[in-house]
Design a protein. Sequence first.
Length: 380
Amino acid sequence: MHPPATLDDLSSATPGVLPDELLVAAAQAGWIDAGQGGLPPSNVQPASIDLRLGDHALRIRCSFLPDKDTVADKAEDHILDRIDLRGDGAILETNRPYLIPLVERLRLPPFLRGRANPKSSTGRLDVFTRVITDRSFRFDEVAQGYEGPLYLEVVPLSFAVRVREGLALNQLRLMVGQSQLTDAELREMHREVPLLYRGGVPVSDSEFHTANGLFLSLDLKGGSDERVGYRSRSHATLLDMSKRGHRVEDFWEPVRREPGDRVVLDPESFYLLLSEESVRVPPDLACEMTAYDPTSGELRTHYAGFFDPGFGYSRDGRLLGSRAALEVRAHDVPFMIEHGQRVCKLTYERMVRPPARLYGDDVGSNYQGQVETLGKHFRA
């Protein structure tokens, strides 16, 4: 079967994630309503679109799921304040939930569903976000055939942040059917086109650990200064999410390894660390980093994690993966982590067809080949 060339070629028999050209076509067909002015070309990524904040935010007293109601109806009993995001925007305080209507709306055909993730830069600021849809039992999941508005729950956890209308904190991908690769398919793919490298060498089959996804481990060796990452500072100044060039020392303190290549995490502190392995996402695949299994320890990693086709990949074959930034928080008790400890999983999904533009080679990339964990908002 040939890969679908147009929207008319899509059906339940063509499982996979929609690439950039089909996402643009979906907007033109009205499946994605991007508001006045349409879908900005800069908001179309190889396998996802950026979702933009609307003109106001609702400060709410608690998070919720709409269940059998619309989000608007369910929110009525929980609204504490309405905040204008136009112009210079507004400040969102830490540890308070906000509900923000998004610019984009959906009118999906019956065979098409969606999945949302925070953008990488959002997760690296410890801004917790998730998309909510009407009559839904799950965050970040858009049901097949969904027609209606999209909302974003936003909870800044480490820093008070300024946001404004039009800012993109999350991204949405659209997909047909079950597109995730099985563990057996991951191993077969890795033998043909390596997905994981360590020290510039493909990870051996015996070290290619899977369990409904591919495991990543921690790098806690660091460099000559023994620094392995950063921890968010308490009582930091205001962070404007629309601006770059913030001073690192105003928001972060370095984390250095102990003898034995280990770190003891303080409960509820937020850490940015790096994976030991380098990840590669070929053009015909997309990749999501999934939340850590809580039965494996008292910590949570990765709050954001979607890799477009082309992450850690180059057409000339010279790029042998890119390391992943890991957002880590321990809960309840101090928790020790060690070099090489497996802390999160990657799930790979098939693309309906490869995108016209690849992450890194064709799309401006902040994190291709990264050797640091800090996001684009901070000075190099």
